[in-house]
Write a protein that binds this ligand. Sequence first.
Ligand code: PAF
Length: 284
Amino acid sequence: MKRIATVAEMRELVDAWHEAGDTVALVPTMGNLHAGHMSLVDLAAQHAEHVVVSIFVNPTQFGPSEDFADYPRTPDMDLRRLQRAGVDVVFEPSVEEIYPRGTDGVTEVVVPDLSELLDGAARPGHFTGVTSVVTRLFNICEPDTAVFGQKDYQQLVILRRMVADLHMPVSIVAAPTARADSGLALSSRNGYLNADQLEQATAISAALTVACEALQSGAEDYAQLEHTARAAIDAAGLSCDYVQIRAAVDLSEPGADTLNLVVLAAARLGDVRLIDNMLVTRAV
Ligand code: PAF
């Protein structure tokens, strides 16, 4: 497994692969890899001859009061896992390599509207940070395919929109959410939780499951389902930010004939913000 830290070296290698007729799949990550990330890597290997995993904790997607400085960084463990998975290249650039002119006043990629909903309302600027860094990673790694987790569903929808709007020559593949046996969606931020909190946090996936089952059984009162799910999450000692039932394709408010839905939730547990979502096809 090759470790690359510069744009020039990454480009040179990818260009050589492409010249040889090979395809490249990119898995962008911020490190602290868990089984969920590794399932993205496995999926990437099914889509291309070469797999590149980027590890870059992107400062521009963290708000001023968020956990950029404290975000868990576990490079040794990450490299061991990626080596075992047979990844070709780990791209681990510095902040200066990605943002040579600094992070203030530099070119941004903005996906309007979608970036302001749901998590975007709670985390202003977050998704612009994501789309701005993913564009840079795409330009550097020139992947044919890029794999993102369904766990960050709004991020996935925004990135699909960005790729379509800007005619980026990359196909986006979504990896299903990896869950603990308890149902809790795997996330690097689970590492901030103690054993009791990990148990409490299962209220989110449990509430989403109840809502999805009701939708599959033909329930039509979305506001009531959202209210019930929020109450269940709060009752477990979390502070629910939102539960929303939206159209899976574009996160719009579902109409009477919208069949493919996503139920999304965000909640705080102490200082930790947790998100989860489930896709469901409504009964007709
Ligand atoms: O999902 C993540 O880990 C990040 O938002 C991403 C896509 C790597 C961009 O920094």
